[in-house]
Design a protein around this ligand. Structure first.
Ligand code: AMP
Length: 220
């Protein structure tokens, strides 16, 4: 099972990718998470990536691709993955096809999470996450029980540097200009389904699983 999640920032890709990965027992591969990890370790690559991320710009393809190849070569990703945050440009989509075809595989399905702009801004400006376990919270809709502490492990929650209002608008613009064309790219190949991303976490998950089941049924 090789699934790609497409959608604007704040569409819920990360949250849904975690749930889908658990359901299908494959790893969740997020280039955003990999990049944040590299930044936290203050490597040269991390310093280079951070300057783009802080501005809401895309990190150059060569750097992201290098990190993605390392991740996909790991044992657990051989049987499949749920990918979130990659590809974000047409050259990245073509590179992903090349990487997979070298090992005799292809993408099974692409789910596009569609969410209105107003909801994106609301969600991202209320987002906080746990640096220890990665769980995310909406501080308005589903706040932690104890003020700004993770329900699971008690770590103080953090907000992302790129969830500031001016950077959110920049990221949204980048999505529209650079990532949106991928919808047609995958639609033309007959592997894209659009899922409405508004609603509860579980409602959206069931919509996604329904589309994947339908796609699998049609191809068998
Ligand atoms: P995300 O966690 O997916 O929202 O990504 C956070 C930031 O990491 C983005 O705004 C980009 O700066 C960078 N990033 C993540 N994935 C990619 C990618 N595939 N290509 C370029 N930059 C990326």
């Amino acid at each position: 099972m090789r699934i790609v999640l497409l959608g604007p920032p704040g569409a819920g890709k990360g949250t849904q990718a975690v749930q889908l990965a658990e359901r299908f027992e494959v790893p969740h591969v997020s280039t955003g998470d990999i990049l944040r990890f590299v930044v936290a370790w203050q490597t040269d690559i991390g310093q280079r990536a951070k300057s783009y991320m802080d501005e809401g710009e895309l990190v150059p393809d060569d750097l992201v691709l290098e990190l993605l190849k390392i991740r996909l070569a790991q044992e657990d990703a051989r049987a499949g993955f749920v990918m979130d945050g990659f590809p974000r440009t047409l050259p990245q989509a073509e590179s992903l096809d090349d990487i997979l075809s070298e090992i005799g595989h292809k993408i099974d399905g692409v789910l596009y999470l569609e969410v209105p702009d107003e909801l994106i801004v609301l969600r991202l400006s209320a987002r906080a996450s746990c640096p220890t376990c990665g769980r995310t919270y909406n501080l308005h809709a589903s706040p932690p029980k104890d003020d700004m502490k993770c329900d699971r492990d008690g770590s103080p929650l953090i907000t992302r540097d790129d969830d500031r209002p001016e950077v959110i608008l920049q990221r949204l613009g980048v999505f529209k200009r650079q990532t949106h064309p991928l919808i047609k790219y995958y639609e033309d190949r007959g592997i894209l389904r659009t899922v409405q991303g508004a609603g509860s976490k579980d409602e959206v998950l069931e919509r996604m699983v329904g589309e994947l089941d339908d796609m699998a049924g049609r191809s068998s």
